[in-house]
Design a protein around this ligand. Structure first.
Ligand SMILES: Cc1cc2nc3c(=O)[nH]c(=O)nc-3n(C[C@H](O)[C@H](O)[C@H](O)COP(=O)(O)OP(=O)(O)OC[C@H]3O[C@@H](n4cnc5c(N)ncnc54)[C@H](O)[C@@H]3O)c2cc1C
Length: 242
């Protein structure tokens, strides 16, 4: 039986915005009555009558970072200097946008015997935050490992919250990895086969989820293939545009 939720267009208002890392903001939109989605899915967010626009148009694909049990629909993005993001950054609370969704199938597998290994670069954390918040809320039995790659801790959106989720959920292990941090006592540098082996045991048949900028996703995909991981066990979503 299909569990797909049909995608629809809605007009929703901005309820809140907050900074969740350096140059990175989260936006909370009202959740339309009856709107359902599966953690890991995304929305097409379109600005209505924006003051400026550019060649990419008025819409962007943005993953739903909130979990279904949470009140609002949250998205989060790196605030680069593009027309879409300038307008979004200045959108008054209460202003409407159009959302279309939910779309996508980067959702947690059903087989609880197989662990999930999330390998996430930067803002790729958005769909994974949703999956992890739901797993903690619903006490899912899946073993969940997150290798969370950022340049520095101040670039890592939701880091504190993820640390809290690890305390709530004994099945979840968070490994933040900083590629360019000084004074960071945790894991440092790029993901290597040795670092992967240190945390993810291939004997447990994990499913790997790769999310982030295309360069990072392609690089990790290659690394996994070289480590002998079959493509059947890899799910990926690259955030085109980064
Ligand atoms: C399924 C999905 C989920 C996503 N979720 C998020 C999210 O949660 N948070 C987030 O910040 N971003 C997410 N993105 C990326 C997002 O849609 C934007 O592309 C990104 O934020 C860059 O937008 P921008 O306005 O900064 O730059 P843009 O003006 O959109 O793009 C900058 C440059 O990248 C090129 N480009 C744009 N889109 C693509 C593309 N799809 N493929 C190849 N090149 C492209 C443009 O031509 C331009 O040269 C997601 C993308 C996808 C496909």
């Amino acid at each position: 039986m299909s569990t797909q939720t049909p995608s629809h267009k809605y007009q929703v208002t901005l309820k809140n915005r907050s900074t969740v890392a350096e140059r990175t903001m989260a936006f909370q939109f009202e959740k339309p009555p009856g709107f359902t989605f599966r953690p890991g899915q995304y929305l097409e967010v379109t600005l209505l009558n924006p003051a400026e626009t550019d060649a990419e148009g008025n819409g962007r694909a943005l993953s739903i970072a909130s979990a279904p049990h949470e009140d609002s629909l949250m998205v989060a993005t790196r605030m680069r200097d593009t027309a879409f993001k300038r307008v979004l950054a200045n959108l008054p609370l209460g202003a409407p946008v159009q959302i279309e969704g939910p779309n996508g199938s980067l959702t947690l597998h059903n087989n609880t015997a197989r662990p999930a290994v999330f390998i996430v670069g930067g803002i790729g954390i958005t769909p994974v935050r949703s999956i992890l918040a739901r797993a903690a809320h619903e006490h899912l039995p899946h073993k969940l490992l997150l290798l969370y790659l950022n340049r520095r801790p101040q670039d890592a959106a939701f880091l504190e919250e993820l640390t809290g989720l690890q305390k709530q959920n004994a099945n979840f292990h968070l490994v933040p990895i900083m590629t360019a941090a000084t004074g960071w006592s945790g894991e440092k540098g790029h993901l290597t086969p040795d670092l992967l082996k240190k945390y993810a045991d291939p004997a447990t048949s994990p499913l790997y989820y790769l999310v982030g900028p295309p360069g990072m996703v392609n690089g990790v995909h290659e690394l996994l293939n070289q480590a002998g991981v079959d493509d059947d066990d890899i799910r990926l979503e690259d955030f085109g545009g980064y």
